[in-house]
Design a protein around this ligand. Structure first.
Ligand SMILES: *Cc1c(COP(=O)(O)O)cnc(C)c1O
Length: 322
């Protein structure tokens, strides 16, 4: 059961005038601590909750990248990371993209890989990343800790947008970072405390509730995604299908941008919207956001909990327009 919801921003000191376990919610908060314990045991480390996936990335980079340093970012990975680092370039953050299926650039001070990358669905070379001298952050949002544990694969930080499948119901924003090194944990915690990148009690409570069903949701979504990926790959209107063999996200290309727009607007039960990992199946063209770093005809399908035969019927009737 989720911990009882406690929305307090501060708690009274004890009779001797000393702070108890909780004093001020920017430092620690019981619902966040409860969900962090569950996330930490899933991931095999100690977790810190953030108010969004991007807040988690910001907290990690501010803590781990030396001023003027260079961060190597997986090419074809989550678009927001690259946009954030470009925005922060005037603060001395230099981002370089690299092909994560090979080794990271030699002179990187921090490495951000993604497993699998969103939306290109490549997997990193974990051995090459771990062999590099720089610390490695792995964004494993699309895999979830039920399919891949970055800390076991030599990464220093496992990162998730908990907005997606961990919460699972499209009703909150959250991020999580998990590490095994206590010194790094303390530095990250201090950054979070001082910057106020803190999730609300309601967010933590809802995320804890969502986690109770995460594993069964992923099993169902993945089983349907496998079937749909196979059928999409055999469909005459589909040029390329990307599916890493696990998980609930499939990316497929139709002929061009106009065809992608016709398909995404022709679905009936599949929702034409951004984001992924929720109970409802979603489809969207990524070129609208990402421009030329993403093929014009690429459609990202996040498979939900609906009946897979019904989903295939919907895709088939939409693909007639391709
Ligand atoms: C959505 C997403 C993010 C950003 O997370 P928010 O919760 O939207 O801030 C980061 N990485 C990946 C892979 C994502 O899909």
């Amino acid at each position: 059961m989720p911990a009882p919801l406690d929305r307090s921003a501060s708690w009274p000191y004890d009779a001797a005038g000393e702070p108890g376990p909780y004093a001020y919610a920017r430092d620690e908060q019981p619902n966040a601590v409860a969900v962090e314990e569950k996330l930490g045991s899933l991931e095999g480390g100690r977790s810190l909750l953030f108010p969004a996936g991007m807040a988690a990335v910001t907290g990690a980079v501010l803590t781990m990248l030396p001023p003027g340093g260079s961060i190597a970012v997986a090419e074809g990975a989550y678009y927001g990371h690259t946009v954030l680092f470009e925005h922060l370039r005037p603060w001395g953050i230099n981002a370089v993209e690299f092909d994560q299926t090979g080794p990271p650039p030699a002179k990187a001070d921090l490495i951000l890989i993604e497993a699998p990358s969103n939306p290109m669905l490549t997997l990193p070379d974990f051995e090459a990343a771990a062999a590099h001298a720089a610390p490695v952050i792995c964004d494993a949002t699309l895999a979830s800790p039920f399919r891949l544990r970055p800390l076991d694969l030599g990464c220093d930080v496992a990162l998730h947008s908990a907005t997606k499948v961990l919460a699972g119901h499209d009703d909150l924003l959250a991020g999580v970072i998990t590490v095994s090194d206590d010194g790094l944990f303390d530095r990250l915690h201090r950054t979070r405390h001082l910057t106020g990148l803190v999730a609300s009690a309601d967010t933590a409570w809802l995320l804890e509730r969502g986690l109770e069903t995460a594993e069964v949701r992923i099993e169902r979504m993945e089983a349907s995604a496998r079937v749909l990926a196979e059928r999409l790959a055999a469909h005459p209107a589909v040029v390329t299908t990307r599916y890493p063999g696990f998980g609930f996200v499939v990316a497929f290309d139709v002929a061009d941008g106009a065809a992608a727009r016709r398909v995404e607007t022709a679905t009936e039960t599949i929702v034409n919207a951004t984001s992924l990992g929720s109970t409802h199946t979603k489809l969207e063209s990524r070129h609208r956001w990402e421009g030329d770093r993403c093929p014009e005809g690429l459609l990202r399908l996040s498979v939900g909990l609906e009946n897979p035969e019904m989903l295939w019927g919907d895709l088939e009737q939409a693909l007639v327009r391709a």
